[in-house]
Design a protein around this ligand. Structure first.
Ligand SMILES: Cc1ncc(COP(=O)(O)O)c(C=O)c1O
Length: 380
């Protein structure tokens, strides 16, 4: 929609006057919380042992804060493990799978990655239920006598499971949820989740490097009753002499963690408490996603990749567009320092992906709208 000049010639739209105060819309690592500065980080432990009294205290505090902010019930253990969300999920797969048949659900790149590992590395023969980008597999087809692997929020397609109702309450298998871009954005039904993993770098705006592993009672039972017939690297080992290594869930990490990342996690969790804890984080995410929904609704050329609203992500919102090259648009907006890292994931259909998690400010999403118009016009 080009403006007409006095002579009737088409003129390019002018750059909007306002810019987002913080152009951080990446889907991971995500924006730091508003107002975050390095001084938020308590530096007393830096240069000291994580096994010192102070080190253990800080790791335990991080675990306690996570439990509090997540509203995680006492039935579930929570521990800090190596290698970000990938490390946590792989650890669970390698330690627990093989005891019974496996079903993998895949509807985007990360879920597909777990299928590859199950097939090619663990040499399991999983039943795979797939769907195209923008859709979910038939959740009512899942056989809960199997262990079931899935991503709660598919970060690369912007499709999430709508809730946990499809997870059988009386399941024989275990549910394994890669929940890295879901945790702290949605209300998760912990009684339906046996294993969940996430990383601080998503909704909390913390750092990567460490993963968080959450185990329900049935996962612990599996670990203590089943020893897989495969070598397990030390960083994956969750048991000692057939018993759960409880230390992992009390801050006795398997190997040396980055205390800088841990301290940052403590700082961002304290911010999470200041904005109202789980409820506050969910409300911020919801407001951001609603602001983006309005932007999409007002533009004929812009659409959600996930057609159906109930499976549409409220964190990693994926959009498709007509009439312009989204990669070029993303580059242009980055060059203008208006929006960083909003091109669709490399394996996903071309489009834009705009993070709406709690660390993003709604006003910044709103300010982005006119810039999308500007960039769209520039890239036609
Ligand atoms: C659904 C999902 N799983 C796994 C990962 C990998 O996470 P990490 O790099 O923290 O290991 C990501 C990262 O974006 C993700 O979105």
């Amino acid at each position: 929609m080009l403006n007409k000049t006095a002579t009737g010639a088409a003129a390019r739209r002018e750059k909007p006057k306002m810019r987002p105060a913080r152009p951080y819309f990446s889907s991971g690592p995500c924006a730091k919380p508003p107002g975050w500065i390095p001084d938020w980080i308590d530096q007393r432990i830096l240069g000291r042992s994580h096994r010192s009294g102070l080190g253990k205290e800080r790791l335990q505090l991080c675990i306690d804060l996570m439990r509090e902010v997540l509203q995680l019930p006492d039935t579930h253990r929570i521990g800090i493990v190596p290698a970000s969300d990938t490390g946590a999920f792989e650890m669970a797969m390698w330690s627990m799978l093989g005891a019974r048949p496996v079903t993998c659900l895949a509807w985007e790149s990360f879920g597909e990655g777990w299928v590859t590992d199950a097939v090619k590395q663990l040499r399991l023969d999983p039943n795979v239920l797939r769907a195209d980008y923008g859709q979910l597999p038939e959740l009512d087809q899942v056989d809960w006598s199997n262990d079931v692997l899935f991503t709660w929020n598919g970060t690369t397609s912007g499709v999430r499971v709508p809730n946990g109702d499809w997870i059988a309450a009386d399941r024989e298998g275990l549910s394994f949820a890669d929940a890295t871009s879901a945790v702290l954005a949605y209300d998760l039904p912990w009684d339906r989740i046996d294993v969940a993993t996430f990383s601080w770098q998503k909704v909390l705006g913390g750092e990567g490097a460490h993963g968080v592993l959450i185990l329900g009672p049935r996962a612990v039972e599996r670990l203590e009753s089943y020893t897989p017939d495969r070598p397990l690297p030390k960083v994956f080992r969750l048991t000692k002499a057939g018993k759960l290594n409880e230390g992992i869930f009390k801050g006795e990490t398997i190997n040396t963690p980055s205390m800088l990342a841990v301290e940052d996690a403590i700082a961002v969790l304290q911010w999470a408490k200041r904005v109202g804890g789980l409820k506050g984080l969910m409300a911020r995410t919801e407001a951001n996603a609603a602001a983006l929904d309005r932007i999409v609704a007002e533009r004929h050329w812009l659409r959600h990749l996930a057609q159906s609203p109930e499976i549409r992500s409220r964190t990693s919102v994926c959009l498709t567009l007509e009439g312009a090259d989204p990669k070029k648009m993303a580059k242009l907006l980055e060059a203008e320092e208006v929006a960083y890292d909003i091109a669709a994931y490399r394996d996903a259909p071309p489009g834009l992906r705009i993070w709406c998690g709690a660390t993003v400010e709604t006003a910044d999403i709103e300010t982005l709208g006119p810039w999308l118009d500007w960039a769209w016009e520039q890239c036609q």
